[in-house]
Design a protein around this ligand. Structure first.
Ligand code: SF4
Length: 362
């Protein structure tokens, strides 16, 4: 069964490093929800329905309670009762999550919330251009717990400007004391067109790799096992929706910039907000260009790259091992991957070099 992703591209303001499809301000939310309903209505629900749901952004929690209710209704029109899905995640930022919205999400059947923290030091959060400070995160986290959520992810970042190792470890301990079920850890990437890029801020891959290693050990001690390059979870708390991506499963993406992968074809919606709204309202199909059907070697290569993101690696059929024997052989001799029978995986101490591994298969 496919997963369903819904993109909400609004944030109160843009963070300095943000390269995601999001715009500052809430002025077009109602028009966007109308367009989203039109796009959702243009799809035939798969015969067995959807397996998982992920409402991401942007900042979905920015929606008012009324808008949130509308979003949840248009979602359940597609999925049926949200509580029946195997997993239903909602992304939130602390500044826009309150008791009323947490209650709405819970009663609609949302089972998992992903909350942005990034760092526990307010000076670093200000440097990132974040609105919420550490105390706001703590308040939002407690609000979610009080509403009954027992599956919370927190996003954390490393390799930040002015971030010392001690800051990072302090963020980690501060967060772990709250006992989240899942942590996603991302190294800062500086993309062209962002304020950080204009300021000349550079990435810190070595510092990030060290912080990842320290985090992996500390998190494991705290009961959160690394299961993907950037993701750590307690038992039975892996992100099922994201695992489906890494297993090259099918999914439907709705909203500006969202991608779908259905029946072997990948399609992506336009990222431009106004183009999305007008074309979705016109005919329910706000696509950017034509779809792309991956076949043969390209499809297998993508499957390997996605599968190698998981720490358990990927089990390959004999013919694929033969077809990629040169690439696999090179990576083995460089000591970047290991192979046990049909399973190949990136060595645990080389996960920070995953991009170099993936380049072999591009
Ligand atoms: S909250 Fe996330 S999506 Fe919104 S501006 Fe910041 S980084 Fe971008």
């Amino acid at each position: 069964m496919p997963g369903l992703y819904i993109h909400i591209p609004f944030c109160r303001k843009k963070c300095g490093y943000c390269d995601f499809a999001s715009v500052a301000g809430e002025g077009r939310v109602d028009a966007y929800l109308e367009a989203l309903a039109k796009e959702a209505g243009a799809y035939t629900v798969p015969p067995d329905g959807f397996d998982t749901l992920y409402i991401g952004g942007g900042t979905p929690s920015l929606l008012s309670s009324t808008q949130l209710k509308n979003l949840l209704v248009l979602t359940s029109d597609l999925t049926g009762p949200i509580s029946k899905l195997r997993e239903a995640t909602f992304e939130a930022n602390p500044e826009s999550l309150d008791t009323e919205k947490a209650g709405l999400l819970k009663s609609a059947g949302i089972s998992r919330v992903s909350l942005g923290l990034q760092a526990a030091q307010n000076r670093l959060l200000r440097r990132l251009g974040r609105i919420a400070m550490a105390e706001d995160f703590e308040r939002a986290y407690k609000t979610l717990r009080a509403a009954g959520f027992d599956n919370i992810n927190a996003d954390l970042m490393c390799g930040l400007p002015d971030q010392k190792v001690a800051d990072f470890m302090e963020s980690l301990s501060w967060l772990l004391a709250m006992r989240p079920e899942h942590i996603s850890l991302y190294a800062l990437e500086v993309h062209e067109g962002t304020p950080f890029h204009r300021e000349g801020i550079t990435e810190a891959p070595d510092a990030s790799a060290d912080m990842y290693e320290m985090a992996a050990k500390a998190l494991e001690r705290a009961g959160l096992k690394r299961y993907e390059i950037s993701n750590f979870a307690r038992e039975n708390r892996r992100s099922l929706h994201n695992l489906n991506y890494w297993e090259q499963g099918s999914y439907l993406g709705l909203g500006a910039s969202a991608s779908s992968y259905l029946a072997g074809e990948r399609r992506t919606n336009t990222a431009d907000l106004e183009t999305y709204i007008s074309s979705a309202l016109a005919d329910g199909h706000p696509r950017a260009g034509c779809g792309e059907t991956l076949t043969g070697r390209a499809k297998k290569a993508e499957r390997i790259m996605l599968g190698l993101r998981k720490t358990e690696g990927i089990e390959l059929e004999d013919d694929i091992i033969v077809e990629f024997s040169e690439e696999i052989g090179r990576l083995l001799s460089l000591g970047l991957i290991e192979k046990k029978g049909p399973v190949i995986k990136i060595k645990s101490d080389k996960l920070y070099l995953s991009n170099a591994v993936f380049r072999e298969f591009v």
